[in-house]
Design a binder for this molecule. Structure first.
Ligand code: ATP
Ligand code: MG
Ligand code: MG
Length: 383
């Protein structure tokens, strides 16, 4: 056996599943806390899994008692129980980091305190419609209204285009803890996967992300028409941001590249991230390999995080038919450089992340040519 330590993961979605794919190759046991048939558990047969919710303190405690290191594949977890068990089991990254990051407003405040540039934001909790209108006066329109917590795939965001949208915004998000963000008039979105080890901070290459309806649709590695100076600045900014947090593991750093080349951090994920899926095929070590190695203090040569070949990742979302995602996968079978991932999720609701495809090729142009028919097919299947 390569390693006798047991890793516990809060959450058993697609990120947990791909983490287990990496762990299986090293013969490392991963115990998952989530529902019985979750995507991660489907590919991991042993009796160490825990059935329950990662938001339930007693379930988190039960997981911690059976593991050597506890980590997360989602940040919306019970950090109070993680704080309590941190004396008995390693929690990576730190519960403090998870607590700060899971509240997007607190996260932004923390980054600002540490000298990291973020979009300007203002607390709106308890301020109602008047508060939104006052922010509109100050930031101008449009501005972005965001839920501080439990946000993902844009569920928790509302674009307030004019003062007339305020009532609709309150109706959509009014029952959640809110803050406002100044509009970032970006030229492009970039992302960097950062690896924090016991020895320091490493990065994967900078990628371009393309969002549609606030959900990540595509990533391009390397980004299209961005200078080396800018991609390097993005890596430095991502390193600075993650250097400010405690604990080990992989972090996803989402950024806005503004029209004047300024870089601002959009948000941070304290875990593997959609924009890092391409690393599975395109880099010597994937973000999942790197996360496992970082939390277990297994060496990571920095050059193992390099891009071997240009790549494009296309998300497969639930579409207009219950089997739209399967049809996309079938279409991709004919594509010689496409690696297809289906996550084993049940219901394919429109917009739900059901899988992804990564195409790698000697040049980005060749990858673009090969993936274009799949992008067209995905667009046609849109729900
Ligand atoms: P994720 O699934 O990445 O966790 P999320 O629900 O936390 O998403 P955000 O990352 O805050 O949402 O926003 C989703 C997308 O909305 C961004 O990638 C960007 O395209 C757009 N967006 C967010 N904030 C702003 C802003 N201040 N100005 C302009 N566009 C924004
Ligand atoms: Mg988010
Ligand atoms: Mg985001």
């Amino acid at each position: 056996m390569a390693d006798s330590r047991i890793v516990g993961v809060l959450g058993g979605g697609q990120l947990g599943r791909m983490l287990i794919e990496a762990a299986n190759r090293l013969n490392i046991q991963v115990n998952v806390l989530d529902a019985a048939a979750s995507p991660a558990k489907q590919i991991s047969a042993h009796d160490g899994h825990i059935e329950g919710s990662f938001k339930d303190a007693s379930a988190v405690k039960k997981l911690a008692q059976a593991c050597d290191v506890v980590t997360v594949e989602i940040e919306h977890v019970d950090t109070h129980m993680l704080e309590e068990v941190a004396g008995e089991v390693a929690v990576e990254p730190s519960w403090k980091t998870l607590r700060t990051i899971k509240d997007k407003y607190a996260q932004k405040g923390y980054l600002k305190e540490h000298g990291v540039d973020v979009a300007e934001s203002e607390d709106l909790e308890g301020k109602g419609a008047d508060g939104l209108k006052a922010v509109g006066e100050r930031f101008g329109y449009p501005f972005m209204l965001k839920s501080k917590t439990d946000a993902y795939d844009g569920r928790g965001n509302f674009v307030v285009k004019t003062a007339d949208d305020v009532d609709a915004a309150i109706k959509a998000l009014g029952d959640r803890p809110l803050y406002a963000e100044r509009w970032a008039d970006f030229r492009m979105e970039l992302a960097v996967m950062v690896v924090k080890t016991k020895d320091g901070v490493l990065t994967f290459p900078t990628v371009e992300t393309v969002h549609e309806d606030s959900i990540c649709k595509l990533t391009y590695a390397p980004p299209r028409n961005v200078s080396k100076t800018t991609t390097e600045r993005a890596q430095e900014l991502a390193k600075k941001a993650i250097g400010a947090f405690e604990g080990k593991g992989v972090f996803g750093v989402e950024m806005f590249l503004l029209k004047d080349d300024t870089l601002l951090i959009n948000e941070i994920a304290p875990r593997p991230h959609n924009s890092g899926h391409y690393t599975i095929e395109a880099c010597p070590l994937s973000q999942y390999d790197a996360h496992l190695r970082a939390i277990l203090d297994i060496p990571i040569p920095s050059s193992a995080l390099r891009l071997r070949e240009p790549s494009i990742m296309l998300n497969i979302l639930g579409g207009k038919n219950p089997d739209s995602h399967i049809q996309v996968a079938h279409k991709a079978y004919a594509s010689p450089n496409a690696s297809i991932h289906l996550y084993g999720k049940g219901d394919a609701r429109p917009g739900r992340k059901m899988g992804h495809i990564t195409v790698t090729a000697p040049t980005l142009v060749e990858a673009e040519t090969e993936i274009q028919p799949l992008i067209d097919f995905v667009d046609d299947q849109k729900g």
